[in-house]
Design a protein around this ligand. Structure first.
Ligand code: NCD
Length: 312
């Protein structure tokens, strides 16, 4: 098993499948009255969040607690980070406290990789800048597999602000490893020119959403990340929604079995219409629930668990 989970590229097909299968076992726990396993009793998991987060942070906390780990939540606001303490000094503090795993979200791409060099415990990347978010890709793969029964051969359209999306990058890497076919769709200004070749051979790029929809098994809508946009990448929100938003008429172009995903938080009415987000095709709430099982599996396996029989 790998020690750290920093990138979708850290996962070969066998490891990724082990995580998804272990997550499926963890999910059986959610239906029980007592949703707790003793597996990580006495181990310490630190959640180190330098950037805002709702879902990911709560999800990692719930995952660690369901495995009986001691959980320390650290947020940059209200800590010595606001007094200018560096990531390295914070890392040394965590090391001194004996953290077995550190889950880090940071606005700088590469911060989790640096951290992994400074501490003995496992490091899990919970989103670094515009770079990667591997546990999101795992929970997305888990959701596709549980809805559609397989990953190999699926056609996944990843739509919108690819440029700023760590979710897109990690998904492209993991889905390619697991045999799915990915098409990145969006305005040319929001798709880096070399992304397809740089990340994984075989990834397609299209600027025409309507042309891609009929052959997609999965449509993954991305949030337009205005907070990361210094320039203007499209004429107006209305124009963006008209060309790249998934609304009800567009949804009708999809195959009957196709699903609609979004990592959240959503800009309802911009990249996704409310009636699409709330439709039976949408897996948005399932993704959140699956996130807990997947992160339980990741923590369990990184910290020395063996997979089969995890939830017994
Ligand atoms: C994503 C993130 O933070 O990268 N959200 C998430 O983790 N659920 C996507 C986003 O912010 O748009």
């Amino acid at each position: 098993m790998i020690k750290h989970l920093l990138s979708g590229a850290d996962l070969d097909a066998e490891t990724a499948t082990l995580i998804l299968d272990t997550a499926a076992e963890m999910a059986t726990l959610a239906g029980r009255e007592v949703k707790k396993l003793p597996t990580l009793r006495g181990r310490t998991v630190v959640n180190l969040f330098y950037e805002d987060s709702t879902r990911t942070r709560i999800s990692f906390e719930a995952a660690a607690k369901r495995l009986s780990a001691d959980v320390i939540n650290f947020s940059a606001k209200g800590s010595s980070v606001s007094k200018g303490e560096s990531l390295k000094d914070t890392a040394l503090t965590l090391q001194a406290m004996g953290a077995d795993a550190v889950v880090i979200r940071h606005p700088a791409s590469g911060a989790p990789h640096r951290l992994a060099n400074w501490i003995d415990g496992s490091v899990v990347n919970a989103g670094d800048g515009t770079h990667e978010h591997p546990t999101q890709a795992l929970l997305d793969a888990y959701t596709m597999r549980s809805r559609l029964g397989r990953l190999a051969g699926l056609h996944v359209a990843v739509v919108g602000d690819v440029l700023h999306s760590r979710v897109a990058r990690s998904n492209v890497l993991l889905l390619s490893t697991l045999g799915a076919k990915v098409t990145l769709v969006g305005p040319p200004t929001l798709i880096p020119v070399d992304i397809a070749t740089a990340l994984a051979p075989g990834v397609q790029v299209s600027y025409d959403l309507d042309a891609v929809l009929p052959t997609a098994d999965v449509v993954m809508m991305l949030r337009v990340q205005r907070e990361r946009m210094a320039d203007s990448y499209f004429p107006s929100a209305r124009e963006y929604a008209r060309r790249y938003g998934l609304d009800a008429p567009r949804m009708r172009r999809l195959a009957e079995h196709a699903i609609v995903m979004h990592p959240g938080p959503m800009n309802r009415g911009m990249e996704i219409a409310a009636e699409v987000a709330d439709s039976p095709r949408s897996t948005i709430v399932e993704q959140v629930a699956n996130g807990v099982s997947v992160r339980m599996a990741v923590l369990y396996l990184l910290l020395g668990g063996r997979g089969a029989g995890a939830a017994q």
